[in-house]
Design a protein around this ligand. Structure first.
Ligand code: COA
Length: 394
């Protein structure tokens, strides 16, 4: 990272997000139009004001023409980006850098995915052709290794471990019940979560993020221009992404209680944003809770909890809406669902609403610094993205 970095160089002046759901009656084009036009209206701009766009999707379209065709943009540069489940964050990162470089004044970052009628599920996934030696494993199975590894390292028996995972899902469903844009909007009892059918032991259905359709969008300008558009923009303090060497499956010392890509991405972001103590400097976080045990490991990788102590913090309610560091106040992947290319921008949307005091029943008390974390891949082979955003210039 150069000494200059991205801190306070760019700002978000408009955002839009569809409800994440089974949108049987909407195409990807419809979802992209809904998210983008909500963002244009929010920023008080016209679609033709956009000078360039970055579009994140994993499997729902190819090239910039997926977006230009939907929005009927007129020959502006549009880049489709893909970085697994971090594709939406990657669209945002590239858009911010282009504005910070001074190449464009106002750009669109957007992510979208149409999964529900595509046959996609965590249990059925096409893998690229290989020589046959690459192990084939589903996402729930790949992440399920985190749970017994964590339980055994920190002395939790299976029942206690399941109680901790259940508490994480319960929190995220509870938060999602307060969010009109979440896929699952009911509270789910601890008992119902704990006895949901096993998908990849110890994960039951209720330990898994949902599969959904959706889109989310952000309009980005230079920080010094932001007040021409609105009085309450959101400032970007740090953007970082770490792609690991993917050798976890081959290493005898890979113990599945931590994901190094998370640690490296967080350290870089904290340095760029000047965060010295994430436990107190960060007021809310949206993290990649693709499965409950992922969220548990993330608490420790990002420094929200001491190593081996995250499970106690969960049971103490530290990450609840009323806790010391609310995590996934919007409901997270767990209750929002995970239309892959949209999720990173959906996390930023919650930051934006919270800073502006527009988060409704889940509004926190004047948060000023937030973190989003978006993971693409499996624990042994992944990319990890961390952003820090703020309500004010430093
Ligand atoms: N959480 C809560 N409820 C869920 C759910 C989830 N993850 N997944 C499905 N449901 C609910 C549905 O709303 C539906 O409820 P209804 O009967 O009241 O309408 C019911 O369970 C059955 O839904 P269905 O779509 O048939 O479920 P499924 O068995 O096909 O899918 C999973 C369940 C766990 C396989 C699916 O949610 C999944 O694959 N999740 C993981 C996605 C993933 O791996 N993403 C990548 C992460 S890196």
């Amino acid at each position: 990272m150069s000494k200059r970095g991205i801190c306070d160089k760019v700002a978000v002046i408009g955002m839009g997000c569809t409800r994440f759901a089974e949108h049987w009656d909407k195409s990807l084009d419809d979802l992209l139009v809904d998210a983008a036009y909500e963002a244009f209206a929010d920023a008080g701009i016209e679609p033709q004001d956009i000078q360039a766009a970055w579009f994140g999707t994993l499997i729902s379209g190819y090239s910039g023409t997926t977006l230009s065709g939907a929005l009927k943009t007129q020959y502006i540069p549009i880049t489709r980006v893909e970085n697994l489940c971090a594709s939406g964050s990657e669209a945002f990162r590239n858009a911010c850098y282009a504005v910070a470089a001074g190449v464009y004044d106002i750009v669109l970052a957007i992510g979208g995915e149409k999964l529900k009628d595509s046959g996609f599920s965590g249990l059925v996934r096409p893998n690229p052709a290989s020589d046959g030696t690459a192990p084939n494993i589903t996402a729930p199975a790949a992440f399920s290794f985190l749970a017994p590894a964590y339980f055994s390292k920190y002395g939790l028996d299976k029942e206690k471990g399941k109680e901790v995972l259940t508490r994480i899902a319960w929190k995220n469903h509870r938060n999602g019940s307060l969010n009109p844009k979440a896929q699952f909007r009911s509270e789910v009892s601890l008992e119902e979560i704990a006895r949901s059918p096993i998908v990849a032991s110890p994960f039951g259905v209720m330990d898994c993020s949902g599969v959904a359709d959706g889109a989310a969008a952000a309009i980005i300008v230079r920080a010094e221009d932001a007040h021409k558009y609105r009085k309450d923009p959101m400032y970007v303090k740090a953007l970082s992404i770490a792609a690991g060497p993917g050798d976890g499956k081959l290493r005898q010392d890979f113990d599945f209680t931590s994901i190094k890509e998370n640690i490296v991405a967080a350290e870089a972001a904290y340095k760029e944003a000047g965060i010295t103590n994430p436990r107190t400097d960060i007021h809310l976080a949206e993290v990649h809770d693709c499965f409950t045990a992922t969220e548990l490991v993330i608490y420790e990788d990002l420094g929200f909890s001491e190593r081996g102590e995250g499970w106690k913090d969960v049971l103490d309610g530290a990450f609840d809406l009323e806790g010391r560091l609310p995590v996934n106040p919007d409901g997270g992947l767990k209750s929002f669902g995970h239309p892959i290319g949209a999720s990173g921008l959906r996390m930023l949307y919650e930051m934006y609403l919270q800073f502006q005091g527009k988060a409704g029943k889940r509004q926190l008390d004047n948060p000023k610094i937030g973190l989003t974390h978006n993971l693409g891949g499996h624990p042994t082979q992944c990319v990890s993205f961390v952003s820090i955003v703020g309500k004010e210039l430093s």
